[in-house]
Design a protein around this ligand. Structure first.
Ligand code: FAD
Length: 297
């Protein structure tokens, strides 16, 4: 199906894009990699009068470490992040980026688009919440920083104002003796994941001193659980403790039954993904070189 007609704008600079967005506001949609927006327009799941194509704006695709923060431009492609040695310092990032869809989608889709679309099955919201990441929201009025947790309000709903563009994702670099992992269960590579889990831990003297867990495909937004994290904190991350934490975080989720599986199936899958991601994270915190990847049906 063809999308409904729209006006197409390709501004040359970020300032021009922000000026246009300030003027057109609710009538406009930003286009980055087009891997979610174009299919949605073609399927008539949405329409728009004005498209502002930011996909080729300069200076928005960087992947750089400055001090203890990783700065990722909103237009960095999934494939760029998967191939980046700088991003590879945080294995979770590469596991997320490298497991999205197939090569074609990864070569076009951007991290900014992946977080702004707030798809409840999307990988970036869960992965970035695990890492405690923030996004920089830029408008003609200025800039503000918001955590990914506060950005994602509901399915396909964010706290972005109509005149704002996400220009950068900022990820705190985990301290020494940290390990992270991101695991998804997918029916096939080009499909969205059925369920996902991200874990970031820091160990000292055999005990977990910092931990963040998030699960995706588990409700309308990624789910975190302070109670599950409290069980892991100060523990030695034994098999029993991991199982207990996994049970707690899964019990606070509500995975929707759909063509990808029943609620019961998804709960069982989420539990096992949390345990796998946590075990991989513990091994990495000890310096082990653990290769990861997703699970495919
Ligand atoms: C076959 C297929 C399989 C896929 N599988 C997966 C998968 O397994 N996991 C997964 O996570 N995703 C998957 N995707 C989605 C893909 O990752 C998209 O690239 C991503 O969701 C959106 O990024 P984009 O750059 O293409 O955004 P676009 O499609 O260009 O835009 C998406 C939305 O975000 C807004 N937007 C884009 N960039 C910005 C910005 N910088 N600031 C503000 N708003 C912005 C747009 O206005 C639009 O509403 C799949 C897509 C396809 C077609």
């Amino acid at each position: 199906m063809y999308p409904a007609p729209f006006n197409y704008h390709r501004p040359a600079t970020l300032d021009d894009a922000l000026g246009l967005l300030a003027k057109l506001r609710d009538d406009a949609n930003v286009l980055a990699g087009g891997q979610s927006l174009i299919p949605m327009l073609k399927l008539r799941l949405g329409d728009t009068d004005e498209i502002i194509d930011i996909g080729r704006l300069p200076n928005l695709a960087h992947i750089e470490q400055r001090g203890d923060t990783l700065h990722i431009g909103a237009l960095a492609r999934h494939a760029d992040i998967a191939a980046s040695d700088i991003a590879g310092q945080i294995p979770l990032l590469q596991e997320c980026a490298g497991g999205i869809a197939d090569k074609q989608v990864r070569n076009m889709g951007t991290i900014g688009g992946g977080v702004s679309i707030a798809d409840p099955s999307g990988d970036w919201p869960c992965a970035l919440q695990t890492l405690g990441a923030s996004v920089v929201c830029t408008s003609a009025r200025g800039q503000r920083s918001v955590t990914v947790e506060d950005l994602i309000l509901d399915s396909y709903t964010t706290s972005l104002a109509p005149d704002e563009i996400i220009t950068e994702v900022q990820v705190p670099m985990p301290p020494a003796n940290s390990g992270s992992a991101y695991v998804a269960f997918k029916r096939a590579a080009p499909c969205y994941p059925t369920a996902t889990a991200g874990v970031l831990i820091t160990m000292a003297d055999g005990k977990c001193v910092q931990v963040r867990l998030a699960i995706g495909g588990a409700g309308s937004t990624p789910v975190r659980s302070a109670e599950a994290e409290a069980v892991l904190r100060d523990s030695d991350m034994s098999e029993d403790t991991l199982a207990q934490a996994a049970d707690i975080i899964v019990s606070s989720s509500s995975p929707p039954p759909d063509a990808r599986g029943s609620e019961e199936f998804k709960r069982a899958m989420l539990r096992s993904l949390v345990i796998e991601a946590a075990e991989r994270s513990v091994a990495r915190s000890r310096g082990a070189s653990v290769t990861g990847g997703h699970r495919y049906a």
